[in-house]
Design a protein around this ligand. Structure first.
Ligand SMILES: Cc1ncc(COP(=O)(O)O)c(C=O)c1O
Length: 450
């Protein structure tokens, strides 16, 4: 193991090394006192008693001076010993099927650039043209002077693409979710939220100060029971991801629309991972299920299949007018830079004109899921381009990620709180840029590591 760590850690062995970032240092510390078991969630290692520090001395010195922040150091060490410490890896070059991470060339299964557009020259050309005309920043919030012709053009294009009356563009998908939920409900209202919803929906619920009830993941009977009991509330709102970002499974949207209508609740869906990928025109799972007229609030991102950054909401003009007046994350934040708005508009044109990207992606994803199941991997209920390999403990996830990395394949380990305890996984994110050969190399690396 020492040799393995030395090999990955490299001669300098600094805290920014790949192994530290993948969390293997703390896993190794545990290993020295007893091997973790191979079963899901049953770790036989004794409690760790040694201290693992991943920061350079200078940083520690700074912490000593800031004695009121001493507790942070202890908390970080606790996270490290639990296999839950997070740090960042530096990528060089554009997103794509392959990239350099911490200087090592790898096949990249760790991006949400599902259609392979983030590095597309047409997006860069659109951004460059806007940069020349408008500059880099928007300079103010949209309600002051930050709303440019590029934002207006993008909103019109989004509304047409999504077959909706109107669209609103926000600085991020996170901001779109938080601002929209909190604008729709408040004290005296009720939100019903799927247990696996993205953090941005949860944070929107918190900001709203409405009552929140969480129903078990995709459990429509439980949701109906909650709706039956939800009397005395001013408004009711059901919120759900359409394609769950860590599980890769689909929300039962037809049933959700039925329940929302039967109990007169508003329905907000987050299409972050489905936009551009699902549906005949790439509008997402609402289109896939033919529910465009039955879902009043649809949120999406420009940051994933559209290869840019930002979020959006589509729906009626009244909805958008309300959000312009009430969504705090929209009102109190500087507008998206115009070059990004221009690039996102170019991405929408590509989604429309190149449907083969999403078709090929979904076909390849189906084949990969079958292959992984045959190899004995637990991929949960994945039905999409997001395929988790559920391994149980954070330590197992991080060591598997490191083993793949050594073989030139990057698949990020996902650990609590992003997934529930015992559900740590490697999240394979397939994109249209991956070839059959890249997938074959992933399979070989998994076979060698597993
Ligand atoms: C389901 C879901 N919704 C919203 C977001 C936030 O989107 P953005 O990254 O554009 O802020 C994410 C980001 O990962 C997500 O997975």
């Amino acid at each position: 193991m020492r040799a393995f760590c030395a090999h990955v850690y490299g001669p300098s062995g600094g805290p920014r090394s790949v192994v530290a970032a993948l969390g293997v240092v703390e896993w190794w510390a545990t290993l020295r006192r007893g091997r973790p078991s191979s079963g899901n969630g049953h770790d036989t290692a004794r409690p760790a008693s040694i201290t693992v520090s991943l920061r350079p001395k200078a940083t520690l010195g700074m912490f000593a001076v800031c004695s009121v922040l001493h507790w942070i150091d202890k908390e970080l060490q606790r996270l490290a010993l639990q296999g839950l410490l997070r740090s960042r890896l530096t990528r060089t070059g554009p997103q794509g099927a392959c990239c350099k991470i911490e200087g090592k060339r790898v096949i990249n299964f760790g991006s949400n650039d599902y259609l392979g557009l983030a590095g597309d020259h047409r997006l860069a050309a659109a951004a460059r043209a806007a940069l020349r005309r408008e500059g880099a920043g928007s300079g103010a919030s949209p309600l002051v002077s930050g709303y440019s012709r590029y934002h207006r053009r993008l909103e019109r294009k989004l509304a047409a693409f999504e077959a909706a009356e109107a669209a609103l563009v926000c600085v991020s998908g996170y901001a779109a979710n938080v601002g929209t939920v909190a604008a729709l409900v408040g004290p005296g209202d009720l939100v019903l939220s799927d247990a696996h919803n993205h953090a941005s929906l949860l944070d929107g619920c918190r900001l709203s100060r409405a009552d929140v009830r969480v129903y078990p993941h995709c459990d429509m009977a439980a949701l109906e029971r909650l709706l039956q009991r939800a009397v005395g509330y001013r408004r009711r709102l059901i919120v759900t991801d359409t394609l769950f970002s860590m599980d890769g499974d689909l929300a039962p949207l037809p049933e959700l629309a039925d329940l929302a209508e039967r109990y007169q609740a508003m329905l907000l869906v987050d299409e972050a991972h489905a936009t551009g990928v699902f549906g005949q025109h790439g509008r997402g799972l609402v289109e896939f299920f033919g529910l465009e007229d039955r879902v009043p609030v649809r949120v999406g991102t420009l940051s994933k299949a559209l290869g840019c950054a930002g979020g959006f909401v589509v729906g009626s003009q009244v909805l958008v007018d309300w959000l312009v007046n009430r969504a705090r994350t929209y009102i109190f934040s500087t507008a998206m830079p115009p070059p990004i708005a221009a690039a996102a508009a170019a991405a929408i044109s590509i989604v429309r004109s190149e449907p083969h990207r999403r078709r090929q992606l979904l076909q390849r994803a189906e084949l990969l899921r079958e292959q992984l199941r045959r190899m004995g991997w637990d991929i949960g209920r994945s039905a999409s381009q997001i395929i988790p390999l559920v391994v149980g403990t954070p330590q197992r996830a991080t060591i598997l990620a490191a083993q793949l990395f050594l073989r030139g394949v990057f698949v990020p380990a996902i650990r609590p709180p992003a997934v529930p305890e015992g559900q740590s996984c490697l999240r394979i994110s397939l994109t249209a840029a991956h070839s059959d050969d890249h997938i074959a190399q992933l399979i070989d690396a998994l076979a060698a590591a597993g």
